[in-house]
Design a protein around this ligand. Structure first.
Ligand SMILES: [Zn+2]
Length: 180
């Protein structure tokens, strides 16, 4: 019995290699597609940067169930299932819950972890950070700077120039291609 208990943290660390959630909810491709439809979400804006502080019931009403689970309940989509993990389009990624600009494609890099990964944000206030000690791991959670939506985690094993790896859930992101 004792031996089993001792091995549990090791298993958790192995699962944490990127952003794994041992009890992660399955977020489907269709769920990611649904997040692009903001007709039900009057708070979504790509120009308004005013902080949003809305009660949970409101978010539940205006977000798709899949996005709500990740953005407001901190769930993690399964690796290699999101729409952006290996996407190479040129443009900007916005928060799927509120429209806040988060990352540009030129800061995205090919990561083998199965989630879209970036080495820097659009601007310093784009995101906020919170210590996350869930699942027995010490990680830094990344939240939207405007609406506090859970986006993913940041790690210190990214490429130069920052050395950071923002490991994000695809469903928490909306991509807008550069205008020609
Ligand atoms: Zn947001």
């Amino acid at each position: 019995m004792k031996r089993i208990i001792l091995h549990v943290p090791l298993i958790l660390i192995a699962l944490a290699a990127c952003q794994a959630a041992p009890q992660g909810l399955t977020v489907t491709q269709s769920g990611a597609a649904m997040s692009s439809n903001h007709s039900q979400n009057p708070y979504y804006s790509r120009t308004d940067t005013t902080k949003l502080d809305l009660p949970d019931e409101v978010w539940k009403k205006v977000l798709s169930p899949e996005l709500y689970a990740v953005a407001r309940k901190g769930e993690t989509e399964r690796a290699f299932t999101g729409k952006y993990w290996n996407y190479e389009g040129l443009g900007t990624y916005y928060c799927a819950a509120c429209g806040n600009a988060l990352f540009r494609s030129d800061a995205k890099f090919a990561s083998t972890c199965g989630w879209p990964s970036f080495f820097e944000t659009v601007r310093s206030g784009s995101v906020e950070y919170r210590e996350d000690n869930s699942y027995g791991m010490m990680r830094t959670e990344v939240l939207c700077g405007r609406c506090d939506a859970h986006l993913g985690h940041v790690f210190d094993d990214g490429p130069p120039p920052t050395g950071k790896r923002f490991c994000m859930n695809s469903i928490s992101l909306d991509f807008e291609p550069n205008s020609k």
